[in-house]
Design a protein around this ligand. Structure first.
Ligand SMILES: O=c1[nH]cnc2c1ncn2[C@@H]1O[C@H](CO)[C@@H](O)[C@H]1O
Length: 420
C-alpha cells in the first residue's frame, strides 16, 4: 500500500528512507522508536482548508497536491502544532487520560479547524491535547522524532522547529500549564528531550533540524529563562528565540520580553518574532526596531504601512509566510487570491512558505505549496527562488548555510558562479 503510493507520487530520494522504515517495521521489530512510525493515520476524511470549503481530502497530502517535489526549507512550524493524532491517542491511553474521542477520525474532528476563526480561538485548540503530551518524557521525545519523519516525507531537507519548553513542562514553571499536577519535568529537560528526538530523526531520515525556543506574549515571566535555555543549548541544536502567542491581546511587548531579546542580542542568539499576523504594523515595527528581530513571523499587516514595508524590503527582511494558517486564524482574507504574499512576490521580497501548525490546520507543506500555485499564481521558478531565500535567511552558521544552499542549487539544477 505504502509502496504503491510512493510510486505514484515519485518521492525519489525519500522513498529509499520510507522503504527502509517500512522494511524494518515489517521485520517485526516493532519496538522502540520504529513503532512510532507505524501510527500515522492515512484515512482522514474532512473538509480541507482550501479556497473553497467544499474541497474534500482524505490524506495529509494527495499526489495531486505535490506541486513542488524538490528539496524544501521550512522555517516556521510549531512542534506542538505538528503532532500526530494517533500519538495523542496512544499517549492518552498509556497515561490513562480520557479524551472526548478515542479514534483518529473522532479526535481529528475535535482538534482541527474547518473554518476561519480568530487567532484567540485558534490558540484555544492547543488545550484539546497539550495536557496529554506535557510532562511526559517519552511522548515529548516521540513527537520530536515523528516530526522529523513527517517533514522528511514532505521533502523538507532543513527545518527550524519552534516550541515553548514551559508549555511542555510540569515543574519549575509557574503557573504549571494545562492543569497538570506538579511533576519532575522542567523546561530545561524538555529542551534536552526534544533535542534527542530531533537528533534521532536526523540519524534516520534525510533531514536536518534546528530549534527555536518560544517566549509567549502573555507569559512575560518565562522569557528570561527562554533566552537562558537558548544560550545553554546553542551548540546542541537551538538556534534562536521567538515571541509567539496572542498578538491581539497585548500589542506592545512587555519589558520582560524586551530584556530577554536584549540578552539574545548580546549573546549572539538569533531572533524572530510573531508580528503583524493579526496585530497592526506597529507590532512589526516594534519587533524589528526594539526586539531586533532578524525575521518576522507572518508579518502580513506590514503592508498596511507602506513606509515600513518599503524599509523592510530595502533591508531584505525575511517574512515567514504561512498561507493555510493565515486563512484559518482569520489573519488574512479567506480568498487566497487576495493574499499578501502575492504582493511580497511581485516586489521580490524575501519570504518562506510554511505550515505553522499542520495538526490544527489538517494540512501539510505540500498543501501550502499547492494553495500558492493554484490560487496565488506561484511557479516552479518562484518556489525555487523562495527556498533559496529561505536557506539564506535560516539561522545556521555560515558554513552550514553554504552547504544547504549548495544542496538546493544542485537539486534545482542551478549552476553556481565560481569565484576565481
Ligand atoms: O500562528 C500562531 N501565532 C501565534 N502563536 C502561535 C501560533 N501558532 C502557535 N502559536 C503558539 O506558540 C506556542 C509554542 O509553539 C504554541 O503553544 C501556541 O501557543
Amino acid at each position: 500500500m505504502y509502496i504503491m503510493r510512493r510510486a505514484a507520487v515519485g518521492w525519489g530520494r525519500l522513498s529509499v528512507v520510507i522503504s527502509a522504515r517500512d522494511l524494518r517495521a515489517n521485520d517485526g521489530g516493532g519496538g522502540g522508536e520504529l513503532s512510532f512510525s507505524r501510527t500515522r493515520t492515512r484515512t482522514r476524511t474532512i473538509t480541507a482548508p482550501l479556497h473553497t470549503s467544499s474541497a474534500k481530502m482524505t490524506e495529509p497530502f494527495l499526489p495531486e497536491h505535490v506541486v513542488f517535489n524538490k528539496p524544501k526549507v521550512e522555517l516556521h512550524v510549531h512542534l506542538d502544532g505538528a503532532i500526530r493524532v494517533q500519538t495523542i491517542l496512544d499517549v492518552a491511553k498509556r497515561r490513562g487520560i480520557s479524551l472526548p474521542a478515542d479514534t483518529v477520525e473522532g479526535l481529528t474532528q475535535i482538534i482541527i479547524l474547518q473554518q476561519p476563526v480568530t487567532l484567540t480561538k485558534f490558540l484555544c485548540k492547543f488545550g484539546e491535547y497539550m495536557h496529554v503530551i506535557a510532562g511526559d518524557r517519552e511522548a515529548i521525545k516521540r513527537i520530536a522524532y515523528e516530526f522529523m519523519e513527517d517533514k522528511a516525507r514532505e521533502g523538507v531537507v532543513y527545518v527550524e522547529v519552534r516550541y515553548s519548553p514551559h508549555l511542555l513542562a510540569n515543574t519549575k514553571v509557574e503557573p504549571i500549564p494545562w492543569d497538570q499536577k506538579e511533576g519532575d519535568l522542567s523546561p530545561d529537560e524538555v529542551v534536552r528531550l526534544v533535542n534527542e528526538g530531533l537528533n534521532d530523526g536526523q540519524r534516520d531520515f534525510p533531514i536536518k533540524a534546528r530549534s527555536i525556543l518560544c517566549c509567549l506574549r502573555h507569559m512575560p515571566s518565562w522569557s528570561m529563562e527562554v533566552v537562558k535555555l537558548c544560550k545553554k543549548y546553542r551548540d546542541k541544536g537551538v538556534v534562536a528565540i521567538d515571541l509567539a502567542g496572542d498578538e491581539s491581546l497585548n500589542c506592545e511587548a512587555f519589558p520582560e520580553h524586551r530584556m530577554a531579546y536584549e540578552k539574545a542580542v548580546r549573546s549572539g542568539i538569533h531572533r524572530t518574532v510573531h508580528a503583524g499576523e493579526v496585530g497592526p504594523p506597529s507590532v512589526v515595527k516594534e519587533a524589528v526596531e526594539v526586539l531586533k528581530a532578524e525575521r518576522v513571523g507572518h508579518g502580513y499587516r506590514t503592508l498596511e504601512d507602506q513606509d515600513l514595508y518599503k524599509k523592510l524590503l530595502a533591508q531584505n527582511m525575511h517574512f515567514e509566510i504561512c498561507p493555510i494558517s493565515s486563512r484559518l486564524t482569520g489573519a488574512c482574507d479567506s480568498d487566497f487570491t487576495k493574499h499578501p504574499v502575492i504582493r511580497f512576490r511581485e516586489d521580490g521580497a524575501n519570504y518562506s512558505l510554511n505550515t505553522d501548525d499542520p495538526l490544527i490546520f489538517n494540512s501539510s507543506l505540500h498543501l501550502d505549496y499547492y494553495t500558492a500555485q493554484k490560487y496565488m499564481g506561484f511557479t516552479e521558478e518562484e518556489f525555487q527562488r523562495l527556498n533559496i531565500s529561505s536557506a539564506q535567511s535560516c539561522f545556521l552558521p555560515e558554513e552550514e548555510k553554504k552547504a544547504l544552499l549548495n544542496q538546493l542549487h544542485e537539486a534545482y539544477g542551478m549552476v553556481q558562479s565560481t569565484a576565481f
